[in-house]
Design a protein around this ligand. Structure first.
Ligand SMILES: [Mn+2]
Length: 188
C-alpha cells in the first residue's frame, strides 16, 4: 500500500495529511475554506484515493498561505507515497467537461515538478491567482509535470473541472502496470 503521513507547521499554517493511493474510501477534508474543501474532496473522490487533510491557517490575513501550504504539504505527501515509482504507468491524461467549462490535463510523474497552465481563471470560492498558485506549488512539491488547460464561463465550474481532470489523470498515471522504474535513466 502506497501511503504517507505528513505534517507541516509554520507560523502561518499547520497542515496534517494522511494519504493512501491504493485504497479509496476515507475522505475527510477541513481547511477552513469550504470551497477549497469542496475542490479537494472532488479530487480525492475522482482519483479513488483516501485523503485526510486538516489545515489551520491564518485566514484572518487571507486565504493565500492556507491554499499554498496545503498544496506544498499535499505535494510532499504524494511524492512520499509514490516512493521509488517502480512499475507506475507514469503518464496520465484526461478531458473533463463540467457544463460550460472544460479542463484538459496531462501529467508526467517525472520527478521534475512543473506546471504549464493555459486559460484564464477568475475568482470563485478561492481567488483565481490562488488556484494557479495551488497547482504550481503542488507540481513543484510532488515532482509532477502537468499541462492543464481550462476554459469556460463559470469560474466554479472551471476550477472544479480542473481538480477533477487532475484527479482522473493522476489515477491513470499512478497505476501499477509493470515492474521496472519507467525511465531509461533507471530512476525518477
Ligand atoms: Mn461544485
Amino acid at each position: 500500500m502506497r501511503e504517507s503521513r505528513f505534517v507541516r507547521e509554520t507560523k502561518e499554517t499547520k497542515v496534517e495529511i494522511f494519504l493512501n493511493l491504493d485504497s479509496k474510501g476515507e475522505i475527510e477534508i477541513d481547511t477552513g475554506i469550504p470551497f477549497f474543501d469542496h475542490m479537494l474532496k472532488s479530487f480525492a473522490k475522482h482519483s479513488n484515493l483516501s485523503l485526510k487533510l486538516k489545515a489551520k491557517g491564518d485566514l484572518e490575513v487571507d486565504e493565500h498561505h492556507t491554499v499554498e501550504d496545503v498544496a506544498i504539504a499535499l505535494g510532499k505527501a504524494i511524492n512520499m507515497a509514490l516512493g521509488d515509482k517502480r512499475g507506475i504507468k507514469r503518464f496520465g491524461y484526461s478531458i473533463v467537461p463540467m457544463d460550460d467549462a472544460v479542463a484538459i490535463c496531462g501529467i508526467d510523474i517525472s520527478g521534475r515538478g512543473y506546471l504549464n497552465l493555459e486559460g484564464v481563471v477568475l475568482d470563485s470560492g478561492i481567488k483565481g491567482e490562488n488556484f494557479k498558485h495551488f497547482f504550481d506549488s503542488l507540481c513543484r512539491n510532488s515532482g509532477i509535470n502537468m499541462y492543464l488547460s481550462v476554459k469556460g464561463e463559470n469560474s466554479h465550474h472551471i476550477m472544479e473541472a480542473a481538480f477533477k481532470a487532475f484527479a482522473v489523470a493522476f489515477l491513470e498515471a499512478r497505476k501499477i502496470v509493470g515492474e521496472d522504474i519507467p525511465s531509461v535513466k533507471g530512476v525518477i
